[in-house]
Design a protein around this ligand. Sequence first.
Ligand SMILES: [Mg+2]
Length: 330
Amino acid sequence: MLRSGIVGDTQRAETRTTRPASGGLSVTAALPSIRPAGSQTLYCWPQVGCLQRLQVSYYLLKTGKKHYQRTFHLHSTDPAAELPTLHKNSQKTADQHDWSEVPNGTPSEDILQLWRDAEAVCFDVDSTLCQDESIDELARFLGVADAVAELTTRAMEGGMEFKEALAMRLDLMKPSEGDLKRYLLQHPPKITTGIPALVAELQSSGKAVFLISGGFRQIIDPIAEILEIPASHVYANRLLFNEDGDYAGFDETEFTCRSGGKPRAVARIKSEHAYSHMVMIGDGATDLEAKTQGAVELFIGYGGVAFRPKIAEAADWYVCSMQPLISALE
Ligand SMILES: [Mg+2]
């Protein structure tokens, strides 16, 4: 048995080649889930194929039902080497497919008008503006990924207050100023495809762009700089260090260190700038709160990194790629 192959930035794909009783060679491959598909949904898992062919089944995440199937042909005798190409081709197929069964994947004229009328657009950062979760990545870098993940799960299951959960995770990580500098050097931001174009389009049409995150300013500020978003438009947590550069807690005056912090940050922005039309774009429940608590007029869910059916159903508009948002502004 042979195991090899890497597909995508962060997820591993595995291929197993086995020699079946019939004497031929077959391959079973696990590709990462297919991500965006226009304004709609996602994703595939390939099934068993022979060496020359690989059958890819596309499932709707919402229902878990198989949506359709396609067979891709392999051209070499090394399936592992071909997986990246296969992944790209099956992604393209997903992009071209009509996934209109996804809830709120097609915006009404009213929703499009709200989007075009926005004076300010707030983006979540982790799994929206960027393709990863910075606290998880930092924990991995510091060698405490499993312990932090376990704590995160316990905190979520137990309904722990965000601030308490943040404090506990940071106590496990204790990131020093030096750790953070090394982390930043070794982890260039994975900005979501389409974000630079979308942010530029919004700003050139006179809309203000804000970043609102439960992550850390020290990680987000460099990303804001790349996207030409002023540092004053970043609402996030701030890590504190003592004179020796050791971890010394976090700034408890930041909105986003507490549960319900995102809607409060949005409400502050709104009143400070006297905006009447604001939009929040994000992947998670804390982003949705900006709408349910009345801080924004429009909530756009993003499922390109993590597809969350409950968010899709509650969103005014649900996208798995930034392209429909750009197209709607043109
Ligand atoms: Mg997020």
